[in-house]
Write a protein that binds this ligand. Structure first.
Ligand code: OSB
Ligand code: MG
Length: 369
């Protein structure tokens, strides 16, 4: 049995900007667990800038590592189901969703590999493919229009553009003028308040699929009010910090659409629970992303292939983010795939790690015993 964790820093093809800030590169913890002849992998969101991602429940990198090594690893070694794992760790530990998610996903990969099935089979209700959208970071308006055009050309099923306060009308009107029919959404990453209602009403006529997370992450009541004022459906991302919060968002009318991120929800089981709740209530869900490396991306694509998830996600192929990734079998999407991507055939997440490259970009490493 061995358990290794690497902190990696992977250069992005281009810096990624939102209303909160700019990411020059992607950092993540890669978890490698070997047991019973199985090599399981997962990715933990490295929380240097956790508040940006609406994951401010887990401290910094050191604290995340400490939690994984001192608390979660002990429960992992019991090799329980993901469900039992969550029950056990939630009794003793609040928050730390990203750390819990990373260890929970190791268990999914481990059990699927033991049974020699793919992760998407292990999750159940496999559709066989994920529908793929793209998330475009904040750009100068002309550059944004150009990038939307490239995304349409590449067959993406939905284009999401990041907006920021004061530039929402300019960005969206320019994109809509150039592409009147593209399925379009806008992500504000919490940058508005209800005082900005007039500005938000001005973009209500652009026929967006949804407006993602306009208000603060704790403002469920505000989003419910805003939903009553706008024809555009509200999608929540940062606000969806738990299964209960997702139910509250649907039942109060704060959201009709939910962005599901395993790292924010404590893993795949909770992600599926949220998707189920949304489906029962007639809402829509999709799998978001946080610029994951090839390891986290394989989990996201498998999840996005679950039948309960009905909208295209932010699960673009690896090459949209990185010139070289830490896996040898990146996802590809050519024009003839028309915005669909198959999950890996497995076993488990089915990625082949590029150990030499992983080594090259590893800033720190730990071996847990
Ligand atoms: O708000 O959905 C978001 C990236 C990092 C943090 C938050 C978000 C995003 C994205 C990019 O929109 C999604 C992706 O392509 O991985
Ligand atoms: Mg978002």
């Amino acid at each position: 049995m061995s358990f290794k964790i690497s902190l990696v820093n992977l250069p992005l093809l281009a810096p990624f900007s939102s209303s909160i800030g700019t990411e020059p590169s992607k950092s993540a913890l890669i978890l490698k667990w070997q047991s019973d002849g199985v090599r399981a992998f997962s990715e933990c969101f490295a929380p240097g800038n956790a508040s940006y991602y609406g994951l401010k429940d887990g401290g910094d990198e050191e604290e995340t590592l400490r939690i994984i090594k001192n608390q979660l690893y002990r429960v992992l070694m019991e090799k329980t189901s993901p469900e039992e794992f969550l029950e056990k760790v939630n009794k003793k530990l609040r928050g730390y969703s990203a750390a819990k998610a990373a260890v929970e996903m190791l268990l999914w990969d481990y059990h699927a590999k033991l049974k020699k099935e793919s992760l998407s089979e292990a999750l159940g209700e496999p559709r066989g493919y994920a529908e793929v959208g793209i998330s475009l970071g904040i750009e100068k308006t002309q550059e944004m229009v150009k990038r939307v055009g490239e995304a349409v050309e590449n067959g993406y099923r939905r284009v999401k553009v990041k907006i920021e306060k004061g530039r929402e009308y300019e960005i969206l009107s320019s994109v809509r003028d150039a592409f009147p029919n593209v399925p379009l959404s806008a992500d504000a990453n919490c940058s508005y308040t209800l005082k900005d209602l007039d500005a938000l009403k001005r973009i209500d006529g652009f026929d967006l699929e949804y407006l993602e997370q306009p208000l603060g992450r704790d403002d469920i009541v505000g989003h419910a009010k805003l939903s009553r004022e706008l024809a555009t459906p509200i999608c929540l991302d940062e606000s969806i910090s738990s299964v209960d919060r997702a139910r509250e968002a649907l039942d109060t009318g704060a959201a009709r659409v939910v962005n599901i991120k395993p790292a924010r929800l404590g893993g795949l089981l909770n992600s599926l629970r949220v998707a189920g709740i949304v489906r029962e209530r007639g809402g829509h869900s999709w799998v978001g992303g946080m610029l994951e490396t090839g390891v986290g991306r394989a989990f996201n694509v498998a999840l996005a292939s679950h039948r309960s998830i009905d909208y295209p996600g932010d699960t673009s192929p690896n090459g949209r983010y990185f010139s070289k990734d830490i896996v040898k079998n990146p996802f590809l999407m050519t024009k003839k795939d028309r915005g669909r991507m198959r999950p890996n055939p497995g076993p488990g997440i089915g990625v082949v790690l590029d150990d030499a490259f992983l080594n090259e970009i590893t800033a720190r490493r730990w071996e847990v015993s």
